[in-house]
Design a protein around this ligand. Structure first.
Ligand SMILES: NC(=O)c1ccc[n+]([C@@H]2O[C@H](COP(=O)([O-])OP(=O)(O)OC[C@H]3O[C@@H](n4cnc5c(N)ncnc54)[C@H](O)[C@@H]3O)[C@@H](O)[C@H]2O)c1
Length: 344
């Protein structure tokens, strides 16, 4: 069992282990009464019985949502807060979010808003949720006008990761999480190629979360430093959008990371061997690194993104592995570099 402390506006521990046997301890420590177990239909079938078994002795009310991004909506949010009210949930009661990032964001937002905030225990079951959502305290629902448009910063009271859960993840979902893992491996030398090759074990999750924890502790509310976590995401998001969300987020991040390496080579005049070392982190994980879209389409999409500032964008580049830098770069300059590598 590994433990990682996150010390932000709330100090909390992330437990990374196998099995659910520590969950009752978290419930005893943080919950004075009832538990709302919020999960999705896939995760419910796989893990709810084990979790309920661990929480024997507690009054648990289970809420099951449909699986998938479309469930992260205002209707489900209202139905969950109304459900908590109907079951008489009080501030000393707790929400347990059992599932991937969709459940994590929706249940987290529910916990943050109900009675202006009740106890939240996150139990991420997807690799992406474990290595990304566990730290940072972001909760959200999607609005018709856009993804994650309504949400809050709300830190959990505890995070409990059962690494055995990753075994049942479909290959596509593993790849989805791996996109963020390789991002950490480029951002910080604590996540090594060797540890990635050993599989999704507790140590790999711990190393990824240590990287994110350090960044978030330095910049809890996204004042600036946290921007380095966007490595690979400028081009990655554009590809995700242009492909009409048919590719997973992780696959698009990997493509965006390859583009970030190409841009970094140009910006800093990196040597061929340095570039090769960086690309190996991506190729060893078998990602398709082609963009699938030309430089014109990608840069037009970036210029329409709300994160762009006029004709410039804050781009996370790499001076080497573990040496991220935020560069304000003109979108037309980005277009030129991308077209040299990928064509128009
Ligand atoms: N709050 C944050 O910091 C943060 C960070 C990254 C992503 N997110 C959000 O997370 C969401 C994406 O997360 P996701 O990729 O986990 O999506 P998801 O929650 O939809 O899970 C993906 C699929 O895997 C299934 N699943 C989850 N765990 C499983 C397991 N152990 N075995 C088998 N199937 C399992 C789910 O039922 C779902 O069908 C997006 O909405 C994104 O915005 C939030």
């Amino acid at each position: 069992m590994l433990k990682l402390n996150v010390n932000v506006s709330r100090s909390y521990d992330i437990t990374i282990t196998k099995g659910f046997s520590g969950l009752s301890a978290a419930a005893e420590k943080f919950c004075g009464g009832k538990i709302a177990l919020i999960t999705d239909e896939n995760v419910d079938k796989l893990f709810s019985d084990d979790v309920l078994n661990e929480l024997k002795g507690f009054e648990v009310v289970k809420f099951v949502i449909e699986a998938g991004e479309k469930s992260k909506n205002g209707e489900n949010f209202l139905s969950l807060v109304n459900g908590l009210a109907e079951h008489g949930f009080q501030r000393r009661d707790a929400v347990f979010a059992l599932g991937g990032g969709v459940v994590g964001d929706l249940a987290g937002f529910t916990a943050s808003a109900y009675m202006r905030g009740i106890t939240l225990v996150a139990v991420p079951t997807s690799l992406l949720a474990a290595v990304d959502s566990s730290v940072g305290g972001k909760t959200a629902i999607d609005l018709p006008a856009g993804k994650n448009l309504c949400g809050s910063f709300y830190q959990p009271f505890a995070v409990y990761i059962n690494a055995d859960c990753f075994r049942t993840l479909p290959q596509k979902e593993k790849k989805n999480g791996l996109g963020e893992v390789v991002k950490y491996a480029l951002l910080d030398r604590r996540v090594t190629l060797e540890s990635m090759l050993e599989g999704f074990d507790e140590q790999l999750v711990y190393d990824c979360l240590s990287v994110k924890r350090d960044v978030v502790q330095a910049d809890e509310f996204e004042g600036g430093k946290r921007m380095i976590l966007n490595l690979g995401h400028t081009v990655g998001h554009a590809v995700e959008k242009l492909a009409d969300y048919t590719l997973s987020h992780g696959e698009c991040v990997a493509k965006g990371l390859a583009a970030a390496i190409a841009v970094s080579k140009k910006l800093y005049g990196l040597s061929g061997s340095e570039v090769e070392k960086m690309r190996k982190v991506l190729t060893v994980c078998d990602f398709d690194l082609s963009l699938g879209f030309g430089a014109d389409e990608i840069s037009d999409c970036i210029s329409r993104d709300k994160k762009s500032e006029g004709d410039e964008v804050n781009f996370v580049a790499l001076k080497g592995i573990g040496e991220p830098r935020i560069e304000k770069i003109k979108i037309k300059e980005l277009r030129k570099i991308l077209s040299e590598y990928y064509g128009n």
